[in-house]
Design a protein around this ligand. Structure first.
Ligand SMILES: [Ca+2]
Ligand SMILES: [Ca+2]
Length: 232
C-alpha cells in the first residue's frame, strides 16, 4: 500500500504539469470545509472531476451491498458515501487561493476511510500544495485504511492530520483515489472528507492588502491532461 502512495504522487505530478485553469468561484473562509461535496450527499459529477484514465469516485447508498448503516463509520454519515468505480478510481478538485500565501497557515485534514471485510481495497485522500508554477511544494494525506486497521470488518474509520500550509502555496488540489485489490467492486470507501483552514492568530494577521488570497475559488478543470500510467 505504501507503493500506492508513491504512485499517487507520481501521477498527480504529471497532472499538475499540464494544469490549466478556467474560471473561479468566489467564496471562502477560515473554519469551514473547503472540500466541495466531501460527504457524497450531492452530485459527484458536479463536484469531482476524474483524472484521465481513471474513473470518477461514485456515491453509493449505505446498505447491504456496501456498508450497512449499523457498521463502523461516522455517526453523521448521511445516506451516501464514496466508493471506487472499476479497478482504478481517482477524482480531484482544485482550489485557487487567488494569491500566494505569504505566511504559514495551519489546517486540519480529516475524513472517514474504509473498505470491505478482508479485502485490501482502499481509499486515499491526498492534498497537494501547489506554488505559482503549479509545482508541488508540500502535501498531506489520509489513508489508506487497511483490512488490518479495520480488523477485517467492513466499515470506515476516522482519520485526521493537522499541519501547516507552506509559504508560497497558491493552489490546493484535493485528490480522492480508490484502489481495487479484490473482487469485482472497488470497495475503497470514503465519507465526510474535510479540509479546514485555521484563522491566523491576531499577531500574524497579514496586512489588508495581503488578504486578497482569501478569495478562494474552486476552479473548473476543463483541460485534457496527458495520461500517465501509475507505477504498479
Ligand atoms: Ca455521507
Ligand atoms: Ca472489492
Amino acid at each position: 500500500m505504501s507503493n500506492y502512495k508513491i504512485s499517487t504522487r507520481q501521477w498527480l505530478g504529471a497532472a499538475v504539469l499540464a494544469l490549466a485553469a478556467a474560471g473561479a468561484q468566489a467564496g471562502v473562509v477560515y473554519g469551514s470545509n473547503l472540500i466541495v461535496n466531501g460527504d457524497a450527499e450531492s452530485d459527484v459529477a458536479a463536484s469531482w472531476s476524474a483524472f484521465d484514465g481513471y474513473a470518477r469516485p461514485q456515491a453509493v447508498d449505505y446498505g447491504p451491498n456496501w456498508v450497512l448503516p449499523t457498521q463502523p463509520g461516522s455517526a453523521d454519515r448521511g445516506k451516501r458515501m464514496f466508493a471506487g468505480d472499476g479497478a482504478r478510481t481517482a477524482g480531484y478538485q482544485l482550489l485557487d487561493l487567488a494569491g500566494t500565501l505569504t505566511q504559514p497557515l495551519s489546517f486540519k485534514l480529516s475524513g472517514w476511510l474504509g473498505g470491505w471485510a478482508s479485502q485490501g481495497d482502499n481509499a486515499l485522500l491526498y492534498v497537494s500544495f501547489l506554488d505559482d508554477g503549479d509545482g508541488e511544494i508540500g502535501h498531506a494525506a489520509l489513508g489508506p485504511v487497511t483490512p488490518g486497521d479495520r480488523g477485517n470488518v467492513t466499515g470506515l474509520l476516522y482519520r485526521e492530520v493537522s499541519d501547516w500550509l507552506p509559504v508560497g502555496t497558491r493552489r490546493l488540489m484535493f485528490s480522492l483515489s480508490m484502489e481495487r485489490l479484490g473482487g469485482g467492486d472497488n470497495d475503497g470507501y470514503a465519507d465526510n472528507l474535510a479540509f479546514v483552514l485555521d484563522a491566523p492568530s491576531p499577531s500574524t494577521v497579514p496586512e489588508p492588502a495581503g488578504l486578497s488570497w482569501l478569495a478562494l475559488g474552486v476552479m473548473a478543470w476543463a483541460s485534457t491532461r496527458r495520461r500517465r500510467a501509475a507505477a504498479p
